[in-house]
Design a binder for this molecule. Structure first.
Ligand SMILES: [Mg+2]
Length: 295
């Protein structure tokens, strides 16, 4: 940059920031203009790429630190126990009863992985396999107690998860066993195989010789298949099954990730971080204090 252009840039930036810039900005501009600091580069850094990881920090923190998140898990598993007792009574031993649970954020708490992804701006599956291999995920609140109860009542428990059958089975089983989760056997942990497009075929396999009375998950896909993965169709699915939630379907909170995020991007996760950031913001309704309207 020659002497003249540097002067012009410094002058124009100073003019812009003289209106509303905080003192710290004044200081950095003043320092930059007084020495050889690259003023333009400094501005570029201030407008650098969006950090989607940072956008997830509140969700991960809520999941890990709010007592309410823990209470919601207890609420789910407590109502599940009431419902399971009803099913046992209703079926009077006429059927072999089964329940199916998703694993991630339904039985196992993977939020430390989400913490890594959030704080280091990493995108799944980066680091995921290492997390699974560590096999140190703790059960979510209420899961172990409920599962032990179901086990004692003679219910068949199936874990239907989209963890990878080939890569993740061993470590997943090790993790469940280490945490004392019942029925963590080879034929009860149904991970995603090469031919599995969804969880439906695995649910159907369980239904061949069981009456599948309850499903547990943090994603609608743990209960069934909305016609399309759009926000509208997903909401229609919820409306259609509105009487099942809290009864046959027990759903848990997950603000950190899930199929809902894909609906923001038309399910195209290959778009840039900037586009994702813009679409996330676009999806939010906001109140305008000047007009009194929600826009
Ligand atoms: Mg899950």
């Amino acid at each position: 940059m020659n002497k003249f252009s540097k002067y012009v840039v410094t002058f124009s930036l100073s003019a812009v920031f003289s209106v509303a810039a905080p003192l710290s900005t004044y200081t950095s501009i003043a320092n930059a203009s007084g020495g050889s600091a690259p003023v333009v580069e400094q501005q570029d850094q201030q407008q650098e790429k969006v950090n989607l990881g940072t956008e997830n920090t509140m969700a991960v923190s809520w999941y890990q630190n709010s007592a309410e998140a823990k209470a919601l898990y207890l609420q789910g598993y407590n109502s599940a126990q009431v419902q399971l007792d009803k099913e046992i009574k209703k079926n009077k031993g006429d059927h072999k009863l089964a329940i199916a649970l998703d694993l991630d954020e339904t039985v196992l708490d993977n939020s430390p992985y989400q913490g890594y992804a959030s704080l280091n701006n990493k995108v799944h599956p980066e680091g995921w396999h290492e997390w699974v291999e560590a096999a140190t995920a703790k059960p979510v609140y209420g899961a172990k107690e409920f599962l032990k109860y179901a086990d004692q009542k003679g219910i068949a428990i199936y874990y239907i998860s989209d963890r990878d059958q080939d890569k993740d089975f061993k470590a997943t089983q090790k993790n469940l066993k280490a945490q004392g989760i019942p029925q963590a056997t080879e034929d009860h942990i149904l991970l995603k195989g090469k031919n599995d497009k969804s969880k439906e075929s695995r649910r159907q396999a369980v239904e061949k010789d069981h009456k599948l009375v309850m499903l547990f998950g943090d994603n609608l896909l743990d209960f069934g298949e909305p016609k399309k993965p759009t926000a509208e169709e997903r909401e229609k699915f919820v409306q259609k099954h509105k009487d099942e939630f809290g009864k046959k379907y027990i759903i848990f909170p997950n603000p950190m990730y899930g199929s809902w995020e894909g609906t923001l991007y038309n399910n195209d996760f290959d778009i840039s971080d900037e586009q994702k950031d813009a679409l996330r913001k676009e999806s939010i309704k906001q109140f305008n204090p000047s007009t009194g309207e929600v826009e």
